[in-house]
Ligand binder design. Structure first.
Ligand code: AMP
Length: 281
């Protein structure tokens, strides 16, 4: 596995690959790898000749009071994981390499970024779109892989690629969970033992709503109330950031559950802000 820190070097290599018909896949990450990240690398490995993983804690997607400085990092451990997963290139740029002085171009998909996580993180998706656009331009992959855990991010990036006619397929890979159902996340290390014990209730609350839908409930307000009730009982340390039932592609809030409905939530549990989602039908 090659470790590259220079964007020019990365672009030269990837331009060569694209021009000579080598099929490449990009997996953007912020590091501190867990099995969720590995599953994306595996997804890419199975579909491409060359796999490029970027490891970059992107400052532009953190708000002023968020955990940029504290975000967990382990470059040596991550390089070992990536190498074991058969990654060909690990791109680990410094912040100045990606956002040098004078950077002044931003990519936004405001319609999809305004709700859900966008309410408490108003500049987050602008940072994500801009860095992913740069990574796609540097690596020119045929496909780029993202986790369904960050469903809104995936929906936004699909729209960005479509609207900007990017020659890449943006693909989603399923959520990988701990045995007790908690979605894996680098931020789970922020949880205290008591918070960690309660955290699976986030997903269980969403499953409770899916069960109610299976029994015939269609009313979104009733479903949201049922989830909140479940959390009050089983996740008392949590404070709900948002809980919405939306169309999975347009992310528009629904009034009643039809054929396509995604329940998406963010709950603050101690220092961690946990997100999760579940298709209700
Ligand atoms: P991050 O390093 O947290 O920015 O995540 C990098 C990529 O891994 C994103 O596309 C995430 O959606 C994805 N990811 C993170 N956690 C999981 C998980 N538990 N299951 C599947 N994908 C995940």
């Amino acid at each position: 596995m090659q470790i590259i820190t220079s964007k020019d070097e990365l672009q030269r290599l990837c331009l060569d690959w694209r021009c000579s018909g080598v099929k490449t896949a990009l997996v953007p990450t912020m590091g501190y790898y867990h099995t969720g990240h590995e599953s994306l690398m595996d997804y890419a490995r199975q579909r491409a000749d060359k796999v490029i993983v970027s490891l970059f804690v992107n400052p532009t997607q953190f708000g002023p009071h968020e955990d940029l400085a504290a975000y967990p990092r382990d470059l040596a451990g991550d390089a070992e994981v990536a190498s074991r997963m058969g990654v060909d290139v690990l791109f680990t740029p410094q912040a100045e390499e990606m956002f040098p002085q004078g950077h002044g171009t931003w990519v936004e998909v405001p319609e999809l970024a305004k709700g859900l996580c966008g309410i408490s993180r108003p500049t987050h998706f602008r940072g994500v779109c801009t860095v992913v656009m740069k990574l796609l331009t540097l690596t020119l992959p045929r496909l780029a892989v993202f986790g369904e855990k960050d469903w809104q991010q995936l929906a936004i990036l699909k729209r960005m690629a479509k609207d900007m006619c990017l020659p890449v397929s943006i693909e989603g890979s399923p959520i990988i969970r701990e045995k007790d159902g908690l979605a894996m996340s680098s931020r789970n290390i922020y949880l205290t033992p008591e918070e960690r014990k309660q955290a699976p209730a986030l997903q269980l609350g969403l499953q409770h709503a899916r069960d109610l839908v299976a029994q015939g409930e269609r009313d979104v307000e009733k479903l949201r109330a049922a989830i909140r009730g479940y959390w009050q009982q089983h996740l008392p340390t949590g404070s709900v950031d948002y809980l919405e039932i939306v169309h999975p592609e347009t992310l528009a809030p629904l009034e009643s559950v039809g054929r396509d409905a995604l329940c998406a939530a963010a709950v603050k549990v101690g220092r961690a802000r946990l997100i999760d989602n579940l298709k209700l039908v």
